[in-house]
Write a protein that binds this ligand. Structure first.
Ligand code: AMP
Ligand code: ZN
Length: 110
């Protein structure tokens, strides 16, 4: 847990953010500024800064993020029409919250 990290604080329950799903390693909540009718963030509980910081030991969490995205797309009824799973990596890649997260966006036509 990084004291000044927004998503660490959300994970710890220090905010009023509601979780759509919580497992041992991952939480899912709605993006506060949605870019699509369904816009969720799939977030590992453990603080990892970005994709650049993933190591071989993180293979299981990477798989869980992806499989959770797939499952949430099904639950949110966007799986069949299609959706985006997206990681922004570091500032130049559009990342603004430096705690690893995957965006799930669906429910609109791109
Ligand atoms: P990124 O640009 O990939 O770092 O994405 C960060 C995302 O977090 C943005 O889409 C923000 O809208 C979202 N966000 C920022 N603060 C919150 C919050 N308190 N609760 C939910 N989503 C947030
Ligand atoms: Zn964090």
């Amino acid at each position: 847990m990084e004291k000044d990290c927004l998503f660490c604080n959300i994970v710890k329950g220090n905010t009023d953010t509601e979780f759509l799903l919580e497992t041992e390693d991952v939480v899912v909540f709605k993006d506060i500024h949605p870019h699509a009718p369904v816009h969720l963030l799939i977030v590992p509980k453990r603080h990892i800064r970005s994709v650049n910081d993933l190591t071989d030991e993180d293979r299981a969490i990477v798989a869980e993020l992806l499989m959770t995205g797939k499952e949430m797309a099904r639950r949110q009824h966007v799986a069949e029409d299609g959706y985006k799973l997206l990681f922004n990596v570091e500032y130049g890649g559009g990342q603004r919250v430096f705690h690893l997260h995957m965006h799930l966006m669906g429910g609109k036509k791109w």
